[in-house]
Design a protein around this ligand. Structure first.
Ligand SMILES: Cc1cc2nc3c(=O)[nH]c(=O)nc-3n(C[C@H](O)[C@H](O)[C@H](O)COP(=O)(O)OP(=O)(O)OC[C@H]3O[C@@H](n4cnc5c(N)ncnc54)[C@H](O)[C@@H]3O)c2cc1C
Length: 280
């Protein structure tokens, strides 16, 4: 395993701190992964009140002790795909995941992303290392220990190459300044170091970890759960989707339970011929 850089050590310390501050809202995943449900806005009462705009002026308070009518309404709205009331509540997750997981995740376009760019700081110097269960299909290990040692060595080589080349580029920039070839550094970001980071990040593998804030409304989150918690979704994104689901369900158990009921019922009823193929 290669030595981690300063930014990565700080991130590791931050994850430990977040786990201590928000134990019920955080999870570690894989060798360096992390997810936190940082904030949410609205709850089941928000959805029910929105849906009742045409029928009553009575409004539930958030966190209300829901009666049978409320529960039924929530179920019917979900079952009959009354979409917009479910767009009124929001969630913000932060996650640290391999870039190949992010490439699948970002396809969920109805959501907001902010990702660590590697332009202003050095990359996170840790790569995803699949553990035994990630490497095993029906009891058969598709990558053995010898391959895994080579995989880890390759990743380490890339991170070390980045560090060596970045530090060499910085030395050259400093020398060019001392000799007067480049103007002295003014305040703000150093454009030469910045350009070096922009170019050197190109060698980061898709197994390298990145850091994202993800904000999403419940309608779109439900679509994400439906697609990414299913068996045909890739193992690694499923791990994150399952963790996101567990954090969401702990916060809004009635909504989670109702959503799961509707998903289970829809999966039990056979698809019509028109929708029988797998939509991508
Ligand atoms: C098992 C699996 C395999 C996949 N394989 C691939 C792959 O090989 N390559 C690949 O590129 N992607 C792949 N995907 C990604 C997939 O095609 C979707 O892009 C992804 O799941 C996001 O789903 P979505 O479009 O429903 O979500 P969002 O983008 O969040 O959209 C939510 C909903 O909004 C509506 N919507 C959004 N944008 C539009 C639009 N432009 N026009 C009309 N309606 C819109 C749709 O109703 C959509 O369901 C795969 C997904 C899964 C689950």
């Amino acid at each position: 395993m290669n030595e981690i850089n300063k930014a990565t050590a700080e991130l590791q310390a931050e994850m430990t701190q977040r786990m201590a501050l928000n134990p019920g809202g955080t999870r570690r995943i894989g060798n360096f992964g992390f997810i936190e449900l940082e904030e949410s806005w609205g709850d089941e009462a928000t959805i029910i009140n929105t849906a009742r705009i045409s029928t009553t002026n009575q409004r539930l308070k958030n966190g209300h002790d829901f009666n049978e009518r409320d529960r039924n309404l929530l179920y019917q709205l979900l079952r009959d795909q009354h979409g917009t009331p479910f767009e009124t509540i929001y969630f913000r997750f932060r996650f640290i995941a391999p870039i190949f997981v992010l490439r699948q995740w970002v396809k969920h376009r109805v959501s907001s992303w902010n990702e660590f760019s590697m332009r202003y700081r050095k990359p996170i110097s840790v790569a995803y290392i699949p553990d035994e269960s990630a490497r095993t299909v029906d009891g058969y290990a598709v990558l053995d220990d010898t391959v895994m040692s080579e995989y880890e060595a390759l990743m380490g080589q890339l991170f070390r190459w980045y560090e060596t080349q970045y530090s060499a580029a910085c030395t050259r920039i400093d020398q060019a300044r001392e000799s007067g070839e480049l103007a002295p550094k003014e305040g703000g970001r150093d454009p030469y170091r910045g350009r070096a980071r922009e170019l050197l990040r190109n060698v980061m593998p898709v197994a390298a970890y990145s850091d994202v804030y993800w904000t999403i409304n419940f309608r779109s989150l439900m679509n994400f759960f439906k697609l990414r918690r299913k068996k045909d979704a890739q193992y690694e994104i499923r791990e994150y989707a399952d963790a996101a689901y567990a954090l969401f369900a702990a916060r809004l158990p009635l909504l989670a339970e109702t959503m799961q009921r509707v998903i289970d019922e829809s999966e039990q009823s056979p698809p019509s011929e028109e929708h029988a193929g797998r939509a991508e």
